[in-house]
Design a protein around this ligand. Structure first.
Ligand SMILES: NC(=O)c1ccc[n+]([C@@H]2O[C@H](COP(=O)([O-])OP(=O)(O)OC[C@H]3O[C@@H](n4cnc5c(N)ncnc54)[C@H](OP(=O)(O)O)[C@@H]3O)[C@@H](O)[C@H]2O)c1
Length: 247
């Protein structure tokens, strides 16, 4: 590693690591030798099993990302049990399945709170602690191809993902060399969130995807691992992983 580089991550906070892509990220990073703290509103049996098997390297909590006090407390607990956090993966999010005109004002506000406001606050919290401790680090924001390519039923969701990508570009300029911050933007993959898509919609996505298949979480993991661990100068970028479906 050259002296100018931000060191590879060793203690990572992953939001929404109870299932779907988040659980895969946690498993992958633990397998890569990192210590991982993760939270979701409820802890699934799969996550509990991993935390039980690796008590010195995995901490799992039942925390709602919109609860600022609980989130702050979890970050404190994570640092006392795993060590100072030097990386964050903003993965937790909620989906949408309603035309804009049928989305209630409360639901719209909820989408923005969970997918945009709360990750920005969590980023602020982690960065303040990291920079106060004199550490440099890494941040990966999980966004979506929907930030770039429109999809009906996902107006507010897309706005939050585009917001995170815009914030990432400005944050990179603010942070300079103190932390590397980037986004990964997956295409549609099978999960609880995308289960609302019907066979026709999934078929249409596959047909317009040059690689001929939906994105697999396993295809996203190497990119996140690289952004957290590799000696790179990648900063303020969004890396799209969708088989060119959104181009
Ligand atoms: N699935 C796709 O097609 C797709 C495509 C592109 C991008 N993405 C992005 O990929 C990421 C993971 O999506 P996924 O498909 O794996 O979703 P998922 O299976 O629905 O998992 C979402 C995770 O976030 C947690 N979460 C949701 N609301 C939360 C809250 N208020 N507080 C704390 N944790 C919360 C969930 O746990 P609880 O519900 O227990 O809180 C769960 O662990 C998201 O950022 C999503 O936008 C997904």
């Amino acid at each position: 590693m050259s002296e100018q580089c931000v060191p590879p991550a060793s203690v990572v906070l992953v939001s929404g690591g109870s299932r779907g892509l988040g659980l895969s990220i946690v498993e992958d990073l633990v397998g890569s030798g990192l210590r991982v703290a993760t939270f979701a509103r409820s802890i699934t049996p799969e996550l509990a099993k991993l935390a039980d098997a690796e008590p010195d390297r995995v901490l799992a909590g039942a925390v709602d990302i919109t609860d600022r006090a609980a989130t702050t407390e979890f970050v404190r607990t994570a640092e006392s049990s795993l060590g100072p956090i030097d990386a964050l993966v903003n993965n937790a999010a909620i989906g949408q399945d309603s035309l804009h005109v049928h989305t209630s004002p409360d639901r719209l506000a909820n989408l923005i709170e969970v997918n945009l406001t709360a990750p920005l606050l969590l980023t602020r919290l982690v960065l303040r602690r990291m920079l106060a401790g004199g550490r440099r680090g890494r941040i990966v924001n999980v966004t979506s191809i929907c930030a770039r390519r429109g999809f009906p039923g996902l107006v507010a969701y897309s706005a939050t993902k585009g917001g995170m990508e815009a914030a990432t570009r400005s944050l990179a300029r603010e942070l300079r060399d103190r932390a590397l911050v980037n986004c990964v933007a997956p295409g549609f993959f099978a999960s609880e969130m995308s289960a609302v898509l019907g066979t026709d919609q999934l078929g249409a996505i596959v047909r317009r995807t040059p690689t001929g298949h939906l994105t697999e979480p396993a295809e996203v993991l190497p990119v996140i691992r690289m952004l957290l661990l590799a000696d790179t100068n990648i900063h303020g970028q969004t890396i799209t992983i969708d088989g060119a479906a959104g181009s």
